[in-house]
Design a protein around this ligand. Structure first.
Ligand SMILES: Nc1ncnc2c1ncn2[C@@H]1O[C@H](COP(=O)(O)OP(=O)(O)OP(=O)(O)O)[C@@H](O)[C@H]1O
Length: 252
């Protein structure tokens, strides 16, 4: 399996606070990679560096390199282009509340200049099918708003919206932590399906979830990547005592 994202000596700051310290890792293409670690250790900051969202925070700064495919995303590409290639789904589902289901999914395409009805229809259907939401919403695409859906459906709508612009990478920052167990299961099933076609990076507080969905797992602590390895290895035979303490619940 190839490398989708190569991160080399990544450092990130909020003002004077050094939040990510010398992160180096390679994220495999067409697989799911989980990031775990106690609250405040820098997981969200890390994924926000992968689509250049970190730099939108006040006084935020990044050093180091991130290559996606052949491109250094901080040198060779604009933030807008990076965010098209690297989609993101957040902890709280955030559909555009007043827009219809259809318009939520079509929004990114319209911004990119796609105006043909047939093309929009096709991508909206494909994206909703990929997000396992089509059957539930196909009869109300234009009449129901994003906000009228349940939390779990809203999150799958956000996934469809992210997929509509044809990204290579999907970042998911605790995508199921606001959802009930049934909706969580649907999101996990979806991650399983989607990793055939996309590279997925998922931040999670649930070690069970990491173990269920991810091939590789990274353990962050105080802004450092303590350990990065096959998920099995991290959970059964970690190399670092701090990883072992965390996964066995001795802290965090
Ligand atoms: N916009 C911001 N401005 C200043 N400091 C921030 C900002 N966002 C996060 N931080 C700080 O950066 C550090 C890392 O936060 P981050 O959200 O990346 O951690 P996390 O591991 O994702 O935490 P959690 O699991 O609680 O979401 C924390 O100390 C946090 O307070």
């Amino acid at each position: 399996m190839g490398v989708a994202i190569a991160v080399d000596n990544l450092n990130a700051w909020y003002g004077k606070t050094h939040t990510l310290k010398g992160i180096t890792l390679e994220i495999a293409a067409n697989s799911a990679t989980a990031l775990i670690g106690p609250s405040g250790c820098g997981k969200s900051t890390f994924v926000r560096c992968l689509n250049r969202l970190h730099e939108t925070a006040p006084h935020a700064r990044v050093e180091g390199t991130i290559r996606i495919g052949d491109e250094d995303i901080y040198d060779d590409a604009s933030p807008v282009e990076v965010r098209r290639r690297v989609g993101m789904v957040f902890q709280r589902p955030n559909p555009f509340p007043t827009m219809s289901i259809y318009e939520n999914v079509a929004a990114g395409l319209r911004l990119g200049g796609v105006a043909k009805r047939a093309e929009l229809d096709e991508v909206v259907e494909r994206s909703l099918r990929q997000a396992a939401l089509w059957e539930e919403v196909k009869d109300h695409l234009r009449t129901k708003s994003g906000a009228s859906l349940s939390g779990g459906q809203q999150q799958r709508l956000c996934i469809a919206r992210a997929l509509a612009v044809d990204p290579e990478v999907l970042l998911m920052d605790e995508p199921a932590s606001a959802l009930d167990p049934v909706s969580t299961g649907k999101i996990e099933d979806l991650i399983f399906e989607l990793k055939d076609d996309y590279t997925i990076v998922i931040v999670t507080h649930s070690m069970q979830q990491a173990a269920r969905v991810a091939e590789d797992t990274g353990f962050f602590l105080s802004g450092e990547l303590v350990e990065f390895d096959k998920t099995d290895r991290i959970f059964t035979n970690p190399r670092d005592k701090r990883t072992e303490d965390y996964i066995t619940g001795r802290f965090g």
